[in-house]
Design a protein around this ligand. Structure first.
Ligand SMILES: [Mn+2]
Length: 318
């Protein structure tokens, strides 16, 4: 807790009080009037989770834990550097609430999502989308039309063919994205699940994708992601909490051992923002009902989203 927690409105704003928008940003309930640099949008959808649902509560839990960063900035003592102070003080981060979800109708929900992201971009803001499960990345990416690269931080390829009509599930999103004309290339980082198939890995590579596995990351550090990115290009980034090691995400049904440490994630996110131009990102797959009592998975999610946003904001100021 810091001495400068008192907000512009004079309130103390303890982490457990008030209405939980992301980082206690202003709330916008009409995107057509949005005035922001960064627009947060929740997608409380987990119909695309084939095993145990619950990630529909991810965005809400991440918002709640984000209120614990109450000092008006994110301070990294190792660098003696503050992130997001101006963006927060100038109210440049705005929370647009949640996409309208139609239960059991992924097609309708995801059309709503695509339309909301288009509307956010028309207002000149960068979309920051909070899951939900990993289904949402495809409908977000299809809201863009300029050429861009896609970076996925994940334990799994999410490259299953949607040949059974399973378009809106969390295991097919990356194959769908990779087929889109404006997606120039795909980098998949942290992939390690032995539940993925050789066929899907072969297909991703045959389609021009780069897969960065854990031995390479462990040997070279998270910053090695820069070697697999088109420097200077526009990039969309999707972060699955299961990119982190299983020990860091008890509240994630798809957690896998042998994943990223916090430091490796930090290095990777920093390297991304210093190598490419991030045009938007999403964060998915925290399942709060499965989490431990302290909610550490949601907390790590809030930290990851806020930290990455801080790096993006710093890069945009340079
Ligand atoms: Mn995933």
């Amino acid at each position: 807790m810091t001495a400068n927690m008192r907000g512009a409105d004079g309130r103390l704003n303890r982490a457990y009080s008030g209405v939980p928008t992301f980082l206690r940003s202003d709330y916008c309930d009409d995107i057509s009037t949005l005035d922001a640099d960064y627009a947060v949008l929740g997608v409380p959808y987990d119909d695309g989770s084939p095993f145990v649902g619950g990630s529909r509560f991810c965005a809400r839990a991440v918002r709640e834990h984000s209120l614990r960063f109450g000092g008006g900035a994110l301070y990294d003592i190792a660098e003696d550097k503050e992130y997001l102070r101006e963006a927060l003080a100038n109210r440049r981060i705005v929370d647009c609430g949640d996409v309208d979800v139609a239960p059991s109708r992924g097609d309708i929900t995801m059309a709503n999502l695509t339309n909301d992201v288009i509307a956010i971009r028309e207002r000149g803001a960068m979309p920051i989308v909070l899951g939900g499960d990993h289904t949402l990345t495809y409908p977000v990416v299809r809201a863009f039309d300029e050429p861009m690269h896609v970076i996925q931080l994940d334990a799994h390829l999410d490259y299953t063919p949607d040949d059974q009509g399973l378009t809106y599930t969390n295991s097919t999103s990356m194959r769908l994205i990779h087929q889109m004309e404006h997606v120039t290339s795909l980098t998949q980082f942290g992939i390690r699940s032995m539940r993925d198939t050789k066929q899907n890995a072969d297909d991703a590579r045959a389609n021009g994708g780069r897969i960065v596995t854990m031995p390479e990351i462990r040997k070279q550090g998270g910053a090695c992601i820069a070697d697999h990115l088109p420097a200077g290009d526009d990039c969309y980034v999707t972060i699955d909490i299961d990119a982190y090691d299983m020990s860091l995400c008890p509240g994630c049904i798809s957690a896998e051992p042998g994943g990223l440490t916090y430091e490796e994630m930090q290095e990777a996110l920093k390297a991304i923002t210093s190598t490419v131009n991030v045009v938007g990102f999403d964060f998915v797959e925290v399942n709060p009902p499965l989490d431990v009592g302290t909610g550490v998975t949601s907390y790590l999610g809030a930290l990851t989203v806020a930290m990455f946003l801080g790096y993006i904001d710093e890069a945009r100021r340079r």
